[in-house]
Write a protein that binds this ligand. Structure first.
Ligand SMILES: *[C@@H]1O[C@H](CO)[C@@H](O)[C@H](O)[C@H]1NC(C)=O
Ligand SMILES: *[C@@H]1O[C@H](CO)[C@@H](O)[C@H](O)[C@H]1NC(C)=O
Ligand SMILES: *[C@@H]1O[C@H](CO)[C@@H](O)[C@H](O)[C@H]1NC(C)=O
Ligand SMILES: *[C@@H]1O[C@H](CO)[C@@H](O)[C@H](O)[C@H]1NC(C)=O
Length: 256
């Protein structure tokens, strides 16, 4: 069992007999090492930090060797704030936060490890947000080029439109944000869109519904790769009640 020095520091759980015991990672195959997070202006904060916090906590508890690249067109901090383009100029809102990329799209495509072999991304996470309404051609090209090299791709909310426009969802099942359903699904006429779903798994592509669903797809994916006990232990440590049933989706009816 992999134990962590940090486990006892995380949350002052009462010392009762039923205190959860950290499970071992049951999967002995080669596990993902290199995670990539694609960001662009006007990304949705929770689409990014929901999945990231699940992975941060998993990494902390399980002493994983995983590492993260935050990928963007340029290295300037990337904001959640709506951009002043014709499409997003309705609110003039300045309220938001920034994330600092670690590598550009161009460099991520050519990245090499110390031994000279390609530093491919094992798991690529693609958030949504207002910025997906822009052409974002570099981001779409990046997904198209990177997809054959990744082990998994996880999209959150309208991040699925980036996958759809790259063509990788053609003929596959996927879901996306329910409030933006009509626009979002129009970006992928050849996609088999699933309306009532919190998340959808099709091969190595995991897509989720709006915003907070990114947390649930990440837990589901974590359970798939590292074991359900591991995913449940991380969710208990985060005091998060997981959404277990992927086809239970009240928001599909609310926004239809
Ligand atoms: C993490 O794993 C390494 C290698 O197995 C070990 O040397 C180290 O003590 C572990 N750290 C923690 C915090 O468990
Ligand atoms: C955004 O709105 C402001 C204020 O109405 C206007 O001055 C500006 O030209 C608009 N920008 C774009 C790109 O539409
Ligand atoms: C173990 O992880 C691999 C690689 O991510 C995955 O393909 C496989 O389904 C996992 N196996 C189990 C039993 O969870
Ligand atoms: C999952 O939710 C759907 C929709 O509410 C329901 O029909 C189905 O029975 C549920 N599945 C399980 C295993 O509970």
């Amino acid at each position: 069992m992999r134990t962590s020095l940090y486990a006892s520091l995380l949350g002052a759980l009462p010392a009762v007999m039923s205190i959860p015991v950290q499970p071992a990672i049951s999967n002995t195959t080669a596990l993902p090492v290199h995670f990539g997070l694609l960001v662009f202006p006007s990304f949705q904060a929770l689409d990014v930090f929901g999945p990231m916090d699940v992975l941060n906590t998993f990494s902390l508890l399980f002493n994983s060797t995983m590492h993260l690249s935050v990928i963007a067109k340029i290295l300037d901090p990337v904001t959640t704030v709506p951009q002043r383009t014709a499409r997003m100029n309705m609110t003039h809102n300045e309220f938001g936060q920034k994330i600092v990329p670690t590598i550009t799209i161009k460099d991520a495509l050519a990245a090499k490890k110390k031994d000279g072999t390609p530093d491919d991304i094992d798991v690529l996470i693609v958030p949504g947000g207002g910025g997906t309404r822009e052409p974002i051609l570099d981001e779409i090209d990046f997904v198209r080029t990177m997809y054959p090299k990744v082990k998994y791709i996880i999209s959150v909310c309208t991040g699925a439109t980036i996958l759809a426009r790259s063509g990788i969802l053609d003929g596959r099942k996927a879901t996306t944000n329910k409030r933006s359903w009509v626009w979002a699904t129009s970006t992928g006429p050849k996609v088999d869109w699933v309306h009532t779903a919190r998340w959808v798994e099709d091969g190595n592509i995991w897509s989720s519904s709006g915003i907070s669903a990114g947390i649930d797809v990440t837990y589901a994916w974590l359970g798939h790769v590292y074991g359900e006990e591991v995913a449940n232990y991380v969710s208990m440590s985060s005091e998060y009640k997981r959404w277990i049933n992927s086809t239970e989706d009240p928001f599909a009816a609310i926004w239809s």
